[in-house]
Write a protein that binds this ligand. Structure first.
Ligand code: SF4
Length: 446
């Protein structure tokens, strides 16, 4: 269990010297317990205390890095079971499997399909962020060829083979890219552990259940392997979900260090729709890497969307800049709509305005990243605030009329906004889907 502030305090020098920037040792202990500072800020802590505190301060789930350079994938180091308790921090790797049994043309097509799996959502870029090469041929040469082709994607790689010799061949080509070696079994543990040590790469271990997985992890740890990924290769999807949940619970709630590693799941369900649904479930609970055969945009986008939604910090909503934005070839007579700086709200409104082909201004108000109704309910979107924006130089210099469109959900504000701003207030649709019709009919007729 992580130490509480009082336990930490007992191990500190208790001189209240303030060298750590805290007024007292107790205040420092409280910050340390909340992971808001690090032990090295106290220069006087004893070596014995350091050892004790460092053990307790180690994350319950190790952060494992796969790949190297700017595109590296960091998984693990999660601290909660449920996102609303705090936040999920390290989004899973979501990737496509490439079989080395594909012929040259099919292999090239597969790699190009993966290369195109890039999307922009709420202003953020998303893509398949890992690629797994499967040694389905059982031979070394095709495996090396497929790894070479996958290497052109510049994504973190998972090398999947049951043959240590084949892995050794390809690792000689790409160990500097720190691929994940997948996966040591009971039968191959010694050879795979040796590979991971020789090439200094992370190692996945696999077993059909937790009872068989734990001794494998212990063996790898005893051999000095630190970057371990757990693959619970259960034959049934519900069993995999149960295993993933058990691993997260045991690591966080029981502090079982032997299970304190990120997990990997491969899903080979044939029906693509079911496969997407199952992979989405694994993204939510609690895979660090999800691999599937899916290489179509409509299959990957839902998974990346689930991941993006779950792995944004609920305490810090994604925000856009609060300012006057122009969509299309606007003129001073173009309509002016008001919305909030919550990213999802803004991009939904902007998307609908764009689709309407009616050039328009969107006035974005700073509501600390909250949506329209939340902002209104918490006094972050008030008539005074909108009035000040409407009468700002930024708006006056670009908009010649004095008609503003407000979201339908805050129709109740129209009277006070008219009074505060002197502008004519038009109540727009409640849902963004009604924007196009509103601009083409109601606005045009005003
Ligand atoms: Fe206490 Fe160490 Fe901070 Fe000094 S530097 S106040 S001894 S925790």
């Amino acid at each position: 269990m992580a130490l509480k502030a009082l336990d930490i305090f007992k191990l500190l020098p208790k001189t209240n010297c303030k060298k750590c920037g805290c007024p007292t040792c107790l205040a420092f202990a409280m910050k340390l317990a909340q992971k808001q500072t690090s032990l090295d800020q106290c220069p006087d802590v004893s070596e014995a205390s350091k050892v004790e505190l460092a053990g307790a301060a180690a994350p319950p789930i190790r952060l494992v890095t796969i790949g190297a350079g700017p595109g590296k994938l960091e998984i693990g180091n999660e601290t909660v079971l449920f996102r609303h308790e705090e936040s999920f921090y390290h989004a899973p790797g979501i990737g496509v499997m490439v079989s080395d049994a594909l012929d040259g043309t099919a292999l090239k097509a597969r790699i190009e399909a993966i290369r195109k799996l890039k999307f922009v959502r709420v202003g953020l870029s998303m893509q398949a962020n890992v690629v797994a090469v499967v040694n389905a041929s059982g031979q070394a040469a095709p495996f090396a060829k497929a790894v070479q082709a996958a290497g052109t994607l510049d994504l973190p790689m998972v090398l999947m083979s049951s043959q240590a010799a084949h892995l050794n061949t390809v690792l000689a080509m790409c160990a500097d890219k720190k691929p994940l070696i997948h996966a040591a079994t009971d039968a191959t543990a010694d050879a795979f552990i040796a590979l991971a040590k020789t090439h200094n790469c992370p190692l996945a271990v696999t077993a059909p259940n937790l009872d068989k997985l734990v001794p494998l992890v212990e063996k790898a740890r005893a051999a000095g392997i630190q970057d371990i990924v757990l693959d619970v290769a259960c034959p049934r999807v519900p069993d995999t979900l149960q295993a993933l949940t058990a691993i997260r619970r045991l690591a966080l709630k029981k502090n079982m260090r032997v299970l304190g590693y990120p997990c990997l799941v491969t899903n080979s369900t044939v029906d693509p729709l079911v496969n997407v649904a199952e992979c989405g479930m694994f993204v939510a609970k609690y895979a660090g890497i999800v691999l599937a055969e899916l290489d179509q945009p409509e299959q990957l986008l839902p998974l990346l969307t689930i991941s993006q939604n779950l792995y944004t910090d609920p305490r810090k909503p994604i925000q856009v800049e609060a300012k006057l934005n122009a969509i299309g070839a606007v003129t001073p007579d173009s309509p002016l709509m008001i919305t909030t700086n919550f990213s999802l709200t803004y991009y939904t409104v902007a998307g609908e305005v764009e689709a309407s082909r009616v050039p328009a201004y969107i006035g974005v108000l700073d509501t600390e990243g909250t949506s329209v109704l939340t902002a209104f309910a918490s006094d972050k979107l008030t008539s005074e605030k909108i009035a000040a924006f409407l009468n700002s130089d930024e708006v006056k210099s670009k908009v010649s009329h004095r008609k503003v469109i407000i979201p339908g959900y805050i129709a109740v504000m129209s009277g006070s906004l008219k009074e505060d701003s002197g502008w004519t207030v038009l109540v727009g649709p409640r849902e963004a889907s009604g924007i196009s019709k509103f601009l083409k009919t109601t606005w045009t007729n005003t």
